[in-house]
Design a binder for this molecule. Structure first.
Ligand code: DX5
Ligand code: ZN
Length: 223
């Protein structure tokens, strides 16, 4: 892992002022989001509903920050490639929902996106090492997906550590991302486990100055 990446999640932003909330994290280099994390929820895979492809298309028009779509939806095999075709930089699907994750990764890459695979806190990592050979990003969930502002589950860090080890030994070529409960108190232990990219929703958007919060998180995660 090189420079830690910070991906603010707009789940904790004010959806009625989305363009302003996005430009608040798109400013000066040191305070700028590396990726903008967009949580798509369908009220079936998770018990919450957020936004879908039309909103993502509008977001893509309003910013040049690379868009990181986290799809918490059923049947991603059917819906995820549309987000890649729209121009999302990274499209992450849940392994618990994907019917044919290897083929889906190929579809996402063919549409020009990086392919991400997310695993819920209770999902085993080692079962998916072969599948992950087809992916660019592993998203380790450190809360149960569905809501922002939940408590960080440190017990998932073993999975991040194991992924880091397989990347460092050349068995996998993945960016290791973590999502849920990342803040000034928890980011250091995640960085220590070898995470490359840190999603932060409430820690960025509930801060008085989101840009400063990004800068502080990055500094705390830096080795
Ligand atoms: C939860 C989402 C997260 C959420 C994280 O299901 O996937 O991206 O926005 O929010 P915080 O950082 O507040 O835990
Ligand atoms: Zn997310």
């Amino acid at each position: 892992s090189n420079q830690p990446m910070i991906a603010p999640s707009i789940l904790s932003a004010d959806f009625a002022r989305l363009a302003d909330e996005i430009s608040a994290v798109g400013g000066e280099p040191g305070k700028r989001a590396d990726w903008l994390h967009v949580d798509v929820m369908d009220a079936h895979f998770v018990p919450n509903l957020t936004l879908g492809l039309p909103v993502v298309e509008s977001i893509l028009k309003t910013t040049d920050i690379p868009i990181d779509c986290h799809l918490m939806i059923e049947d991603p095999d059917r819906w995820a490639p549309g987000y890649a075709e729209a121009g999302a930089h990274n499209v992450t699907v849940h392994v618990e929902a994907a019917k044919d994750p290897i083929n889906l990764a190929k579809d996402l890459r063919a549409a020009g996106a990086k392919a991400g695979l997310a695993i819920k806190p209770g999902t085993n990592f080692d079962d998916y090492v072969e599948v992950l050979k087809h992916y660019d990003t592993l998203l380790v969930m450190s809360v149960e997906p569905g809501f922002g502002g939940q408590k960080f589950m440190a017990e998932v860090l073993g999975k991040a550590r194991r992924a880091r080890e397989l990347v460092d030994t050349g068995h996998l070529k993945l960016l290791v991302e973590i999502d849920g409960g990342i803040n000034a108190d928890t980011i250091e232990q995640a960085a220590e486990a070898g995470v490359d990219c840190f999603v932060a929703g409430s820690a960025v958007y509930n801060a008085e100055d989101p840009a400063k919060a990004i800068e502080a998180l990055r500094a705390t995660a830096a080795p």
